[in-house]
Design a protein around this ligand. Structure first.
Ligand SMILES: Nc1nc2c(ncn2[C@@H]2O[C@H](COP(=O)(O)OP(=O)(O)O)[C@@H](O)[C@H]2O)c(=O)[nH]1
Ligand SMILES: [Mg+2]
Length: 285
């Protein structure tokens, strides 16, 4: 996109994250993969498929409260048609539901072990790209609120196990998946949900690009939120209309476009514009 630096991710970070994750995966019976329900495609990383092959996996479409419920239903159907167990959740709220799902998925292995006289529980870990809710989920499942996790790639320490329910132990460190940055569209979308830091992009251009996508998906929600009458507005014209309606003006009555940009990004992230999903299964090429 014009005026925007390409998004970069250090290959060294990626390689370290991969090594760390491979080591963690070896220790667990089941993987709880988190993605963002607003971006079920862009917020997953297909590298996990090969790394966690042959392990039971649960795909949790997190932050369902921020996503469009009809779109979420479409995604759940899409994933299930592919044989992926997918469930919409709010990581901090659905402890019992998630523990039950994990219990069901690990039952077979547990019963096989019991038949051989081994009465072992199951071990699980949480995996996902930054900001999808990994720490929130770990805290919720373990029933603790003071978990201090370091999910920066490369931070190595002895793994700690926490009890989460009667038969489940959980790795207290989330598995860090690096975001999918080779696809610029996916990368931009990850920046909208703050999975990659703002600094790597110019906020103004990011907000303009987000507005473009919002107008394609849910123009009436944007119009209602910012009291915009002309729904054909796009780009700077739309941002100016938002600044006008919010009174974001600078000296000399110029529009404070940066303030408008920050406002749109914040309000989208907080769900204030409405429950909006930015990609549908039909978009999968
Ligand atoms: N609205 C909403 N916010 C959530 C949900 N789960 C997590 N969050 C928020 O998302 C942000 C990132 O969560 P965190 O657990 O730190 O993500 P991590 O980087 O994957 O560990 C935090 O501000 C959480 O409060 C959810 O289901 N709904
Ligand atoms: Mg975290």
């Amino acid at each position: 996109m014009e005026g925007q630096r390409p998004i970069s991710w250090y290959p060294g970070h990626m390689a370290k994250a991969k090594r760390l994750l491979e080591g963690q995966l070896k220790r667990v019976d089941i993987v709880l993969e988190l993605c963002d329900a607003r971006l079920p495609l862009s917020s997953r990383n297909p590298a996990l498929d090969s790394m966690a092959a042959h392990k039971p996996r649960l795909l949790l479409l997190n932050k369902e409260d921020l996503a469009d419920p009809a779109a979420t239903r479409q995604w759940v159907e899409y994933f299930r048609a592919q044989g992926v167990e997918a469930y919409p959740v709010q990581a901090g709220k659905h402890r019992q539901k998630i523990l039950k799902l994990v219990d069901d998925l690990t039952r077979e292995k547990r019963e096989r072990a019991q038949a051989r006289g081994i009465s072992a529980g199951s071990r699980a870990m949480v995996v996902g790209v930054p900001n999808v809710g990994k720490s929130t989920l770990i805290n919720a499942l373990a029933g603790r609120s003071a978990l201090k996790t370091q999910d920066r790639p490369g931070v190595t320490r002895a793994p700690q196990w926490m009890k989460a329910g009667e038969r489940l132990e959980m790795l207290d460190t989330p598995g860090m998946l690096w975001p999918k940055l080779d696809d610029q569209k996916a990368a931009r979308r990850l920046a909208y949900i703050a999975a990659i830091r703002d600094e790597v992009l110019n906020s103004y251009h990011l907000a303009i690009s987000l507005l473009d996508e919002l107008m394609a998906n849910a123009p009436e929600k944007v119009a209602a939120r910012y009291k915009i009458e002309d729904q054909s507005l796009r780009g700077q014209g739309l941002m100016e209309a938002i600044c006008r309606s919010r009174g974001f003006l600078q000296k000399g009555n110029e529009y404070d476009l940066d303030r408008g940009a920050a406002c749109v990004l914040d309000e989208f992230r907080g769900g204030l514009i409405g429950r909006i999903t930015l990609e549908l299964p039909g978009d999968v090429s």
